[in-house]
Ligand binder design. Structure first.
Ligand code: ATR
Length: 285
């Protein structure tokens, strides 16, 4: 009698390495698609899974990472701060933000980093084909994503950052991350090179586009307008900016590039960004 094996059974062995993402909710995460596409493109014998981990259980997940020799973990809501408190070492961005979205295991030692901000900068610079050093940047919104972008844009050598947010205390907290950052008002968008929306306005199913804190009539053709929202691929903000001739940068690149930074940190290989992008290409609408 012959034994037939499936492609999965043939492709996973005792030597296969594991990485994953912890969060709650996490079943909708695009990280498994992005990372598994990268393993396939590079021929790495790794697999990436999504692990639902309830609030309060981040410590258990990190113990499991050590016990099971999981090579890398991505970290999403609600664990970013808890993981930052529990790893053995923090990289500079994670230390500044007190937030971790990426853990690397070196033996039993766990190191945390925050790759969202650098992912945004890499995506922006790749799309523009130029460095953002010396640029002036308005960051609209002041949540976790905005904070990571303030930190990374400052590290990338921007000349000036203005944080614009409806809640002043959050704006102050975000601006305090970088000496070149200040709190501004909605009108300041007119006077910068690059405008970044980090709020969920424009996201499919999110707040109404009319509630956007970015006034379209302040935008000029010389502006670069970036949105971290990636669903839809072209948000109402980007469509309006495009219509007046401004350069636009969508949010899918940040999603892919933060994963690319994690992939490179975990594996030591150059990330196959094209394959990772193809794995999550979303249609408009
Ligand atoms: P994340 O961690 O993903 O960045 P968040 O912490 O929920 O998400 O942050 C969302 C940011 O978008 C906040 O700064 C929020 O403003 P407040 O600090 O005033 O709450 C901002 N935001 C969300 N919806 C908004 C809206 N309709 N208009 C203006 N700002 C909005």
């Amino acid at each position: 009698m012959s034994i037939s094996t499936s492609a999965v059974a043939e492709s996973i062995s005792g030597a296969t390495k594991l990485a994953g993402v912890i969060g709650d909710p996490v079943r909708h995460s695009l990280s498994p698609r992005i990372h598994n596409a990268a393993y396939e493109a590079t021929g790495l014998d790794w697999r990436f899974l999504a692990f639902p981990v309830a609030a309060g259980d981040a410590g258990g997940a990190l113990d499991a990472m050590r016990a099971l020799s999981i090579e890398g973990l991505s970290v999403t809501m609600p664990h970013k701060e808890a993981v930052a408190e529990r790893v053995d070492e923090l990289m500079p961005a994670a230390a500044a933000l007190a937030s971790v979205n990426c853990v690397r295991r070196e033996g039993s030692r766990l190191i945390g980093d925050s790759t969202d901000g650098i992912g945004f900068v890499r995506s922006l610079e790749a799309d523009l084909g130029r460095s953002i050093a010396d640029a002036s940047v308005a960051i609209v919104g002041a949540g976790g994503a905005a904070r990571s972008i303030v930190d990374a844009v400052a590290r990338a050598g921007a000349a000036r950052i203005v944080v614009v947010n409806r809640t002043a205390s959050a704006a102050e907290r975000a601006a305090s991350l970088a000496p070149i950052a200040t709190v501004g008002s909605a009108a300041d968008v007119a006077d910068v090179d690059i405008v970044v929306n980090t709020t969920s306005v424009g996201m499919a199913g999110g707040p109404a586009p009319e509630s956007s804190p970015i006034a379209i009539d302040l935008l000029r053709p010389a502006h670069v307008v970036a949105d971290i929202v990636y669903q839809p691929k072209e948000t109402p903000l980007l469509a309006a900016a495009s219509a007046i001739g401004a350069e636009t940068v969508g949010g899918l690149g940040m999603l892919v590039q933060q994963a690319a930074v994690a992939f490179e940190w975990w594996t030591g290989l150059r990330a196959p960004v094209e394959a990772m992008t193809a794995a999550v290409a979303v249609s408009d609408g």
